[in-house]
Design a protein around this ligand. Structure first.
Ligand code: HEC
Length: 256
């Protein structure tokens, strides 16, 4: 009987594990593999650039309503003055959250879909996804925005970074086997060059990485703190282990 229960528990946990393992692949949509981005919430320079990128290129449409300017200002080591001059275009007070310049209703009228709040996007869809998404726009003549996205086919977000990245074409190949046609993504081909220096960045990948790094930071502002605390906890446990071991030796020393 207990064997049976054990088996059931094992089966259930395997099921759960498989479900979670399968989820990221599911989020990829389009069938193309996600690109990888290495983010680091400890890199303050990158986060500062990311915040600037976000405010300049995203906050027109997207809000980040769970994030207050003074919170990021503190973590990004910016003075109130720097904060107000460089980041706060749509806000008056440093304790205000980041609210999109365009109202959600207007945005919905213009784009057919309200741009989602980006506070928690890096947690719900993953940093790799956002990185891939921002690199995944390609020319598509019959789309209302003139582009489509490899990772979110049919998206209503325009390629807002086109002047930085330029436009690219996506090449697909078709394979038909036993009457079933599958489409494979073969790669992007640059059609027009962008001008990344407009955004005071070195290259497009770096620009996107900084932006995603910032989004990952705002999605989990406590992350860096948590790691620091984690290190202390482990150290404490190690010291405690030594003490416990010595205590055990002491207590058992007369017992043979
Ligand atoms: C001109 C308005 C506009 C701007 C500017 C804009 N977006 Fe969007 N964005 C949208 C709209 C509209 C959607 C909804 C798209 C959809 O669901 O098809 C969207 C969706 C998204 C999504 C969600 C994709 C998904 O899988 O649901 C992410 C992530 C995103 N935008 C990131 C960004 C970032 C980062 C920037 C700045 C570099 C940015 N956006 C700038 C309009 C905009």
């Amino acid at each position: 009987m207990s064997k049976l229960i054990k088996l059931a528990v094992l089966a259930a946990s395997t099921g759960i594990a498989v479900f979670f393992l399968a989820t990221p692949g599911f989020a990829a949509g389009g069938g193309a593999e996600l690109l990888k981005v290495d983010i680091d919430p400890g890199q303050i320079n990158s986060l500062q650039r990311g915040a600037r990128n976000f405010m300049n290129y995203c906050s027109g449409c997207h809000s980040a309503q769970y994030v207050r300017f003074n919170t990021i200002g503190k973590y990004l080591e910016l003075s109130d003055e720097q904060l107000i001059d460089n980041l706060m275009f749509n806000a008056e007070k440093t304790f205000e959250p980041i609210v999109a310049a365009m109202s959600a209703a207007d945005a919905e009228r213009w784009y057919g879909k309200a741009p989602p709040d980006l506070s928690l996007m890096a947690r719900s869809k993953g940093a790799d996804y956002i990185y891939s998404f921002l690199k995944g726009f390609y020319l598509q003549a019959d789309s209302p925005t003139g582009v489509d996205n490899l990772y979110l086919p049919g998206t209503s977000m325009p390629h807002v970074l086109w002047d930085l990245q330029g436009y690219q074409r996506a090449n697909f190949s078709e394979h038909t086997e036993a009457g079933v046609t599958t489409v494979h993504f073969e790669g992007f081909e640059q059609v027009t060059e962008g001008n990344i220096s407009l955004a005071l960045a070195d290259d497009y990948d770096e620009f996107v990485r900084d932006t995603v790094n910032f989004l990952a930071y705002i999605a989990e502002p406590i992350r860096a703190e948590r790691r620091k605390i984690g290190t202390w906890v482990i150290m404490y446990l190690l010291v405690f282990l030594i003490i416990a071991y010595m205590l055990k030796k002491q207590v058992w020393k007369d017992v043979h």
